[in-house]
Design a protein around this ligand. Sequence first.
Ligand code: PLP
Length: 380
Amino acid sequence: MSTMLITSHPAPVREAIGRHRDALDADPVAYLEENGTRLTEASRAAAASYLGMHPAHVALTDSTTMGVGLIYTGLKVGPGQEVLTTDEDYYVTHESLRHLTDATGATERRISLFDDISEATDGGIVQRIVDAIRPETRLLALTWVHSSTGLKIPVGSIAVALQEINAGRDEQDHVLFGLDAVHGFGVETDSFFDLGVDFLMAGCHKWLFGPRGTGIAAISERGLGAVRPIVPTFDDARVFSRWYAGEDYALSNNGRTLTPGGFKDFEHRWALAEAFALHEEIGRARVAERTHTLAGDLKDALAGIRGVSVVTPRQPGLSAGIVCFDVEGLEPEEVVSRLRSRSVVASVAPYPSAHVRLTPSIRNSEAEIEAAARAVRSII
Ligand SMILES: Cc1ncc(COP(=O)(O)O)c(C=O)c1O
């Protein structure tokens, strides 16, 4: 139950990787030349369709971390402007914002979205953010589902509140909304426009069960104009043809120009379309419902064990697939190691205040949920 870390490839993804790998090994240059653009664009189109947006707004990355790093570090900000994030955000967001502020002279500020997670509410979270926005705030950088506690934040409502704030500002002063979406992506049904963000970064190698080493950054029209590319692209043929011809090859940003270039582990990138197809075939609403049901059942079972306190909220609106809990008198690492010896794969949240995490997905059965809860009971 650690889909939230890294997936094992489901059969259609594994088979597609194998097909592309064999063909590349047989004749790498010809296979790349004859199929590369088509297959890369098929993966981009599948990601765009899944998010309900145009492929020209989707960059392909290797991970959430790469997307967050590229977008935040590339943001066009300067002295006198600030980026706002939270204490609950992950190292990757904090570190990327540090790179940004070091490079640009903009400042970073952090707030907390709640005092006590057991009292967190949608309305309370939105209010804290609205209260914290200042005239100089240019970016709000949040995480959809916190990997520290499993809390899911009300992204759509936050976007609506930002729209109201932005309505009173000139476009160059709009507060842009960036989201580390990795633990909602592949679980929830929201489209890019439902979420209302400017930048959505996610790895595809967790809840989506995509090829390891794949990810996306989806970018709004406004967002495309607000970032500088960091890594040269190989995905927009116009760049090369103009560069060869000695012409000006600076292009306005799009999903291709913001896709970091270099030769890739193509067999993985090209098998991404199969992961989206698998989710569409199963049905996104069914994936969401099943993940929430299994996580809810696990929370209920854990809550019934003496000495266990469940940290993740029970309400589906405030949680997704991550289930965090503490065991009285045991360090999280010790709980994980005892569970591992009983064949239950849990993990410790890599945060200053660490909890134990189990993350059931559609690959788990009810019997496994019960077995995991039994294993927790048995180690206390
Ligand atoms: C919130 C969050 N963002 C990013 C990551 C890293 O994701 P990736 O491996 O796709 O870079 C993790 C954990 O793995 C995470 O919990």
